[in-house]
Design a protein around this ligand. Structure first.
Ligand code: 13P
Length: 260
């Protein structure tokens, strides 16, 4: 069975002190959130990575992720953070290509490709985000957009590298809007992504890669989304900032796993 993943992307929220409170609240429920096929990822802002890694170091099923990285190992790049620095905090993952990075910081597929390569070289697992805007979906170009976002980035990896990637499908129109993709819409796109991976690489590689859904996942819709065959978990924004909501979302996945 593919590893199931529930990841919380805190975006630019929480101070160190607030982050400690949130993680301690989540850890109170740690006992009931465990399942051998489930990985929980917390992605706080850079200044919280060391603290988050230290607080969760006894919990092997919890990993820490950065939300971004630069594509160089070190040097005169004021304000940037390298994958090696992220790794040195104890974090193991890095989100790359989030639509907010593409939109507000003009990150394109060629830059994202560089970031993915350097992240992998430094032992970080990239959580690569793709997703279409509302107008692209309305124009029915969403499949072409996603295909292009895959082809110009992770499809240049070799087999040993692609197998280490986690993909997150995050339709831009569903992020922070309260309007999630329906389970049918999400499943359809996840199936499409998996098929593209199979066509480019091999069927067994496509079967192993976790594809997460992101965009207004809440305790109310998590179960129906995560029940879909090709949805291997979620990348949660707003609801990951509230421990009750985040724990409830993780519990939906645990419930599904226990029925299998
Ligand atoms: P929301 O869950 O707030 O819609 O955010 C999704 C997201 O962007 C996660 O990366």
């Amino acid at each position: 069975m593919r590893t199931k993943i529930i990841a919380g992307n805190w975006k630019m929220n929480k101070t160190v002190q607030e982050g400690i409170v949130l993680i301690e609240e989540i850890l109170k429920s740690a006992g009931k959130l465990q399942h051998e096929n489930l990985q929980i990822i917390l992605a706080p802002p850079f200044p919280l990575l060391g603290m988050a890694s230290a607080l969760t170091s006894d919990y092997r099923f919890i990993s820490i992720s950065a939300q971004n990285c630069y594509y160089k190992n070190n040097g005169a790049f004021t304000g940037e953070v390298s994958p090696a620095m992220i790794k040195s905090t104890g974090a193991n993952h890095v989100i790359i290509g989030h639509s907010e990075r593409r939109m507000y910081f003009h990150e394109d597929n060629s830059l994202l490709s560089e970031k993915i390569k350097v992240a992998l070289q430094n032992g970080l697992t990239p959580v690569y985000c793709c997703g279409e805007t509302l107008s692209e979906r309305n124009e029915a170009s969403h499949y072409d957009i996603i295909k292009n976002q895959l082809e110009e980035t992770i499809f240049s990896l070799d087999e040993e590298e692609i197998i280490k990637i986690v993909i997150a499908y995050e339709p831009v129109w569903a992020i922070g809007t309260g309007v999630n993709a329906t389970p049918e819409q999400a499943q359809e796109m996840h199936r499409f992504i998996r098929t593209q991976v199979a066509l480019k690489f091999k069927d067994d590689i496509a079967e192993k890669i976790p594809i997460l859904y992101g965009g207004s996942v809440k305790p109310e819709n998590a179960y129906s989304l995560f029940s879909c065959t090709d949805i291997d978990g979620g990348l949660i924004g707003g609801a990951s900032l509230n421990s009750n909501d985040f724990v409830a979302i993780i519990n939906s996945m645990v419930e599904i796993l226990r029925k299998k």
